[in-house]
Design a protein around this ligand. Structure first.
Ligand SMILES: Cc1cc2nc3c(=O)[nH]c(=O)nc-3n(C[C@H](O)[C@H](O)[C@H](O)COP(=O)(O)O)c2cc1C
Length: 306
């Protein structure tokens, strides 16, 4: 009833946990029923281990969380030798999020994962500074982004998604690049550049000075981008990520056209709830008397209940 198929991969339901908000993916295996998730996306993997940014690197604001974790992770080698052997036994789809500071690094990480694992889906996290271009993000220059995605596409036929940073004004142009590079879907979106100031200390709340905003504050903006993208690219799979805090939020993204929905910051606030979203979506479909396929993009397709 809730199954979602993208290319040759079947997800049990549309609920995924977002990268960086569900640890390595292993921490909860004894405590919760992971079969209730369509998939999990462990922390982004980079070629070399990263210690991340200095502390403080998390700041809660009235309706969202700002983080400047800086892609802290143990690197590719540790993922392959220590984490993956445990992850592959989990009863849910494991999606690998990867990133790099150069095109070559992205290619190397993807190739190693394709050669040494059975992972079927890869999420390419484009929110990483490109050291060869003075630290600007890969999506800033669409020619570079296109080159990166095309090089990655040549590595494998397995499912590839590009996770874009939010950019309301350029989003359709960016998705066009993703689509034309032969990718199988786009993840909308990562966190929003944001800052906060501690009035008492008279300084920034985060050591880095800024970070990425996630949580309820961003849902309406990401939802807007999902609708805009789906209007233009009706058949191109969108995976939504931004501010989901309830089953209604999941439904909002599906009504807007998303195939799958990632849950992030909510996992820090009310962790057990992500395992109940499946039931929420199921009950809604029964109540409305529609299938998931009919519901997807209802708003965009202009369907009206008779
Ligand atoms: C603490 C924290 C760490 C994150 N780490 C990553 C990461 O490693 N890779 C990535 O692609 N996104 C990362 N994200 C972004 C989330 O995956 C998600 O796209 C974003 O937070 C928006 O969704 P949300 O509002 O449901 O959290 C992180 C978010 C948070 C809050």
């Amino acid at each position: 009833m809730l199954e979602v198929q993208i290319k040759n991969v079947k997800f049990k339901n549309p609920i995924l946990t977002a990268a960086g908000t569900f640890g390595k993916g292993l921490e909860l295996k004894g405590s919760f029923d992971l079969t209730r998730l369509g998939g999990i996306i462990p922390k982004t993997i980079t070629l070399h281990p990263r210690t991340g940014n200095p502390f403080p690197r998390l700041k809660e604001t009235p309706c969202g969380l700002i983080n400047s974790i800086g892609l802290e992770n143990n690197g590719l080698e540790t993922f392959l030798t220590r984490t993956y052997p445990l992850l592959k036994a989990l009863p849910t789809e494991v999606i690998a999020s990867i990133s790099g500071e150069t095109i070559q690094e992205y290619v190397q990480v993807l190739k190693a994962l394709v050669d040494n694992t059975d992972i079927k889906v890869f999420e390419i996290n484009l929110s990483c500074p490109n050291v060869e271009k003075g630290g600007e993000e890969f999506s800033q220059d669409t020619a570079i982004m296109s080159e990166l995605l095309r090089r990655l596409r040549k590595v494998t036929d397995r499912l590839l998604w590009a996770k874009l940073p939010p950019d309301v004004y350029r989003i359709k142009a960016l998705v066009r690049v993703v689509k034309e590079s032969g990718f199988d879907g786009v993840v909308l979106c990562n966190t929003y550049k944001a800052t906060y100031i501690d009035v008492d200390k008279m300084q920034f709340s985060l050591a880095k000075g800024y970070g990425g905003l996630s949580g309820p504050a961003i849902l309406p903006i990401t939802l807007y981008m999902v609708t805009e993208v789906k209007r233009e690219f009706l058949d191109f799979p969108v995976i939504a990520s931004g501010g989901v805090f309830s089953e209604e939020d999941v439904l909002r993204y599906i009504l807007a056209g998303a195939h799958l929905v990632e849950v992030g910051t909510m996992n820090f606030v009310k962790l057990s709830e992500v395992f109940t979203l499946e039931d929420g979506v199921k009950n809604y479909l029964l109540k409305k008397g529609v299938t998931l396929d009919e519901l997807r993009g209802w708003i965009i397709n202009g369907r009206k209940r008779s």
